[in-house]
Design a protein around this ligand. Structure first.
Ligand SMILES: Nc1nc2c(ncn2[C@@H]2O[C@H](COP(=O)(O)OP(=O)(O)OP(=O)(O)O)[C@@H](O)[C@H]2O)c(=O)[nH]1
Ligand SMILES: [Mg+2]
Length: 345
């Protein structure tokens, strides 16, 4: 049935007429990806489902348009479903009080791969093809410091999205508006990395109600594909004065590189830039254990001292602490009443 196998073009023959599907050059695809896209078009699986007029003079261009319209309608419907499910999920997670950390980025950047790797699960689909993630997923992840976060995958961004899809696409990103922290995943091995970052930042800014101050960590992914030294070079060339960008890390989601630095960056950002920072504690540290006090003062981002008094029994402190520090300091904790009592002495 297939007549030509040009990577950008493929023809189908029905009766005496020939239908040519073409792939617009702005969505650059490999022949394999193009084949998969065709396989995804449900109405192409059977030529019998083509309009009756297909073989009777309908022009090639109008057929192309009909097919693309159908594809767009199906995708818009799928996106609307996703939006509904996500709204319900979001409500549940807000109730749980967990910080929502959203993975955003250009399509194919490696978001789903990173989510899988961080959550050590394999159910999220990660494939080398465009728009793989239409039904985004969330995973609860416990960071090394003990903090629990809700990690959320999102639909990949793409430049020059067909106008009819824009609304549905934006709707699936609604939750980015409410997200606590954004991990902006970038395929640094792509020659288009800089343009893709700019496109994602622009799209984010255009989202209604998006807070430009939402903390954003740039996650430079696929560093395993770079030659030595390239990653540093790239880091310098990819610096953005965006108000939300608070840091950057280099990872390879595939090889599991850079995860410790990423987890630390997430914890640090939650502490410094969000309300999900840390536990509030009241402590009494005996003067005999001044090394503990000195460590807190060293500014290692684990503990923030909000109030400090020198009582006859020791350092009396009101602090906010990361889960790790909280565990270590538990034995020095005093109750609210005792704190007030010692402070009044
Ligand atoms: N070499 C290399 N390949 C990677 C890495 N991370 C992801 N990939 C590959 O990149 C491709 C795309 O990965 P996905 O995780 O599906 O990308 P995505 O950002 O979720 O894509 P969309 O859902 O379409 O937005 C897959 O073939 C992955 O195996 C990496 O660190 N190194
Ligand atoms: Mg994905």
């Amino acid at each position: 049935m297939t007549v030509s196998t040009n990577p950008q073009r493929r023809s189908y023959k029905r009766g005496g007429s020939c239908i040519v599907l073409f792939c617009s050059s702005r969505y650059v695809m490999t022949p394999a990806a193009y084949d998969r896209m065709l396989a995804q078009l449900p109405f192409m699986t059977s030529l019998e489902s083509l309009p009756a007029s297909a073989g009777k003079g309908e022009t090639q261009l109008s057929l192309d348009r009909t097919l693309m319209k159908k594809k767009i309608a199906a995708t818009t419907k799928a996106l609307e479903e996703v939006r509904k499910v996500r709204a319900q999920q979001r409500e549940r997670h807000v109730e749980l009080g967990l910080p929502i950390v959203s993975l955003v980025g250009y399509t194919n950047a490696g978001k789903s791969t990173l989510l899988n790797a961080l959550a050590q699960q394999v159910e999220v689909k990660a494939k080398d093809r465009l728009f793989e993630t239409l039904d985004p997923t969330r995973r609860s992840v416990t960071l090394p410091g003990g903090r629990q976060i809700m990690l959320a995958d999102t639909v990949g961004f793409i430049q020059r999205l067909p106008e009819q899809l824009v609304a549905g696409f934006r709707a699936t990103l609604e939750e980015v508006v409410q997200t606590t922290l954004i991990l902006h995943v970038v395929d640094v091995s792509s020659p288009m990395a800089a343009q893709q970052i700019a496109s994602v930042l622009k799209t984010l800014k255009r989202l209604p109600r998006f807070k430009s101050t939402t903390p954003q960590i740039m996650v430079y992914n696929k560093v395993d594909r770079l030659e030595g030294g390239k990653a540093e070079e790239l880091e310098q060339s990819l610096s953005y004065p965006d108000p939300g960008i608070v840091g950057h890390v280099q990872v390879s989601a595939l090889k599991g590189q850079g995860f410790t630095a990423l987890a630390e960056a997430i914890e640090e950002t939650l502490i410094k830039h969000t309300d999900f920072g840390a536990a509030s504690m009241k402590l009494l540290i005996p003067y005999t254990e001044s090394a503990v006090y000195a460590k807190m003062k060293s500014g290692d981002n684990q503990v923030k001292i909000n109030e400090e008094m020198h009582s006859s029994d020791g350092y009396l402190l009101q602090v906010t602490a990361t889960p790790t520090a909280e565990r270590m300091l538990k034995s020095y904790e005093v109750s609210e009443e005792d704190y007030e009592l010692i402070a009044a002495m």
